[in-house]
Design a protein around this ligand. Structure first.
Ligand SMILES: CC(C)(COP(=O)(O)OP(=O)(O)OC[C@H]1O[C@@H](n2cnc3c(N)ncnc32)[C@H](O)[C@@H]1OP(=O)(O)O)[C@@H](O)C(=O)NCCC(=O)NCCSC(=O)/C=C/CC(=O)O
Ligand SMILES: Cc1cc2nc3c(=O)[nH]c(=O)nc-3n(C[C@H](O)[C@H](O)[C@H](O)COP(=O)(O)OP(=O)(O)OC[C@H]3O[C@@H](n4cnc5c(N)ncnc54)[C@H](O)[C@@H]3O)c2cc1C
Length: 667
């Protein structure tokens, strides 16, 4: 079967891997990206970016100072959003940006991720008509400023205020304390001249909770901060260092009434407040990002899996049999056990990410027609997915990094930066432990609805089902039935954990604790229930994708799905065993099946990561390059280190040489 990545001059081990492929790598890639046409466009964009001299990097970003890297990124962003703007469709933009500037952020990241989406979904028609065309034409750059130094997770306690002044029909935006300074928003520090700022809305002394306001921060001509505005960069971070995450203090800055985002909640000129159809529509920009970040995080894990798999196919170290040749490290079972689940999880996350994006679009349609009934389900699902996927992705990338040995520790591998970028997702858009509790709130309601025989939305329909005996290991050799048996066991486990958590909570309440304190006493269990609910959704979503896949890739996807399910169950064995639903023998059976899966998948491992269709430029990894010629490339990469510009560094000349000389003269 063709793997279309084979080229003359490639590392022979990698070519051999590709020759053993049992499926059409283009078919799988087309399925992943939605169609052949999408795949071709992806390739076209990759090729054109590589050929565009405006995107050429004289030296890799890894060797640039932060200031120079920010400069280079801004320069390329201008090319993207001027020269390239009309050459790509909006949905192709993330790929173009990844190719052209990489993953560490760029001046318009938050403009796209949150500024435009919040204006689109929350500004009323008048404000939208005025500001959106300018924002879409990049006449202005905006960001989303919500988090403060003292509060991020708990929005209700944000301190920044927007006090309505009826006499002038203005809001007065104010930062009352040091810790009320906005802190963290991406591109706030240096790039943006506007922001959607989240403030407590105060009318006639009454606090109506967090609402969003459009605030101009800098002069459009000089880019100097406007009077009353203190703004700057918060300094270097684990990653995202080409992003100017910023601080902002507002000293009684006045904005016109119509700059409140009033599509849902409204304030009339006389100060009358009209609430939105759903109390949390003001939080819409976060739901938007959570719904979209699942897919992009799947892609980050896919990159790491591609690097680790390809490198493990070209790296030879040690022997499995005495006297045999040094083996490809990919032949070690431990290496397979480290990396293959990451390949499977990357596919699972990408599939789930695509489903949740569709669900988001449907929910938005409903809201546009005055119906917010799909929102609670979407909020629970996106909160759970956001938390599970970012955590899983972080562990996965770190496994991939360690699986590359010493070279994985070098920036040449691309893995440390990938990890740094990815792991930010555990914190931003709501810290994971907190967001899992949002999911758990919904599950607790679901448990009650199920008890009352009420109808349940698809993501929690399992709460209303009855458990049978687990059929894992009892369904003979039929893989389809085995998949079903495992999915049913996961459903049982998700249901059981939700019901147990609900009962624990109730017990504490009956014991005299108030609801909230009782909740805090059971949140570890609540979050477990949320994670398994989410992992069940991911497994179901992968299964749906398998069932609808064309026959040409069905077999390899089925192998991958088997590995995915077996790995997830072994990983969650504690939950499967805890109530006796599964027994030790069934867990042993799952482990045996998992080890068989590793062997089954081995010949297709490289081809599965080739189907992620990530160009060398986008992958930005000496170890993961398509041709596998890693050793020469490593040397060429290292030669570009600024420490190698001279043979004798000033640091050596000024300090080490005199020290050695002085010590020698003492002898
Ligand atoms: C943790 C939150 C959600 C708590 O909000 P709060 O107002 O205190 O609400 P409750 O926990 O009491 O919940 C009441 C009720 O509302 C439901 N709900 C909450 N949020 C939503 C929502 N977004 N959509 C729909 N429904 C929602 C909740 O389920 C409850 O329903 P009940 O039926 O059970 O009553 C809140 O404080 C929060 O979201 N915190 C996280 C902050 C956050 O995410 N910040 C992100 C800042 S931007 C950023 O990080 C950008 C990063 C860069 C990038 O993305 O590139
Ligand atoms: C890379 C990056 C980019 C960001 N970009 C933006 C941006 O563009 N705009 C913006 O506004 N913000 C941004 N943020 C801020 C981000 O949204 C917040 O940091 C995030 O929401 C977490 O809030 P926090 O920092 O207040 O954490 P905290 O809430 O202080 O969390 C600290 C600890 O307390 C625990 N905790 C807090 N509350 C609870 C609870 N109720 N129950 C149990 N445990 C709890 C958490 O689990 C965590 O362990 C960004 C952050 C990062 C890292």
């Amino acid at each position: 079967m063709p793997n279309r990545c084979i080229r003359p001059g490639d590392n022979p081990d990698l070519t051999k891997e590709r020759e053993t492929c049992t499926f059409d790598t283009d078919e799988l890639a087309a399925n992943l990206y939605g169609s052949r046409r999408n795949l071709e466009r992806r390739r076209e964009i990759s090729q054109k970016v590589s050929a565009d001299p405006d995107f050429a990097d004289p030296i890799p970003h890894e060797f640039l100072s932060r200031e120079k890297a920010v400069d280079a990124t801004a320069k390329k962003s201008k090319v993207i959003f001027q020269k390239w703007k009309n050459l790509v469709k909006p949905e192709e933009m993330p790929h173009l940006v990844n190719e052209a500037v990489g993953i560490q952020g760029f001046p318009l990241a938050l403009h796209h991720a949150m500024f435009l989406p919040s204006l689109n979904s929350q500004a009323d028609d008048d404000l939208a008509a005025e500001i959106l065309p300018r924002a879409k034409a990049y006449e202005i750059i905006g960001t989303y400023a919500q988090t403060e130094m003292g509060h991020g997770t708990n929005l209700r306690e944000l301190e920044t205020t927007a006090t309505y002044d009826k006499t002038t029909q203005e809001f007065v935006i104010n930062t009352p304390t040091r810790k009320a300074m906005k802190w963290w928003p991406g591109n706030l520090g240096k790039m943006s001249n506007y922001a959607v700022v989240c403030c407590q809305l105060i009318i006639d002394g009454k606090n109506l909770g967090p609402h969003n306001f459009l605030v101009q921060l800098r002069c459009e001509k000089t880019h100097e901060p406007l009077p009353g505005i203190t703004v700057g960069d918060i300094g270097p971070k684990i990653a995202y260092n080409t992003t100017d995450n910023g601080f902002l203090a507002l000293d009684n800055v006045r904005i016109p009434r119509r700059q409140m985002l009033m599509k849902h909640a409204k304030v009339s000129p006389d100060g009358t407040y009209t609430p939105p159809i759903h109390a949390k529509l003001n939080y819409g920009a976060m739901v938007h990002v959570r719904a979209h970040m699942i897919y992009s995080h799947g892609h980050l894990l896919a990159r790491a899996a591609a690097v680790a798999t390809r490198y493990s196919a070209v790296r030879r170290q040690g022997r499995i049999e005495n006297g045999g040749p040094e083996v490809q490290i990919l032949d070690y079972q431990t290496q397979q056990h480290r990396i293959f689940p990451q390949i499977a999880r990357a596919y699972a996350i990408l599939f789930a990410g695509q489903e949740v994006r569709d669900q988001y679009a449907k929910t938005l349609e409903g809201i546009a027609n005055g119906q917010a009934d799909l929102l609670p389900d979407l909020h629970a699902l996106t909160s759970g997915l956001k938390s599970v996927v970012t955590f899983m992705g972080g562990l996965g990338i770190e496994q991939c990094r360690m699986s590359c040995g010493g070279h994985g520790y070098s920036d040449a591998s691309g893995l440390p930066k990938l990890y740094g970028v990815q792991i930010g997702g555990c914190t931003y858009e709501g810290e994971n432990m907190v967001m899992l509790q949002q999911t758990a709130r919904y599950l607790m309601k679901g448990v009650k609805w199920a008890e009352q025989g009420k109808s349940l939305s698809p993501s929690i329909a399992y709460l209303g089902k009855k458990s049978g005996k687990s059929l894992i290991g009892l369904k003979g050799g039929d893989i389809t039935r085995e998949h079903e048996a495992i999915l049913e066991t996961l459903e049982h486990t998700a249901r059981r954990l939700a019901i147990d958590a609900s009962q624990l909570w109730e017990k504490r309440i009956k014991g005299g604790e108030c609801k909230e304190r009782a909740w805090n006493g059971v949140t570890v269990e609540m979050n477990r229930a949320s994670r398994v609910y989410t992992r069940l959704f991911m497994a179901r979503s992968f299964h749906r994708r398998l069932l609808s896949s064309p026959s040409s890739i069905r077999s390899v996807l089925s192998d991958l799905f088997s590995l995915y399910l077996h790995y997830e169950c072994v990983d969650m064995a504690q939950h499967l065993l805890e109530d006796g639903h599964c027994n030790g023998g069934q867990i042993q059976y799952l482990k045996k099946r998992l080890y068989e899966d590793l062997t089954t998948l081995r010949p297709n491992a490289v081809s599965l990561v080739d189907s992620f269709e990530i160009s060398d430029r986008e992958l930005n990894s000496v170890l993961g390059r398509r041709d596998g010629n890693v050793y020469e490339a490593l040397f060429q990469w290292a030669k570009q280190s600024e420490l190698n510009y001279t043979d004798v560094l000033p640091a050596v000349k000024n300090y080490m040489m005199p020290m050695m000389e002085e010590n020698r003269s003492k002898l």
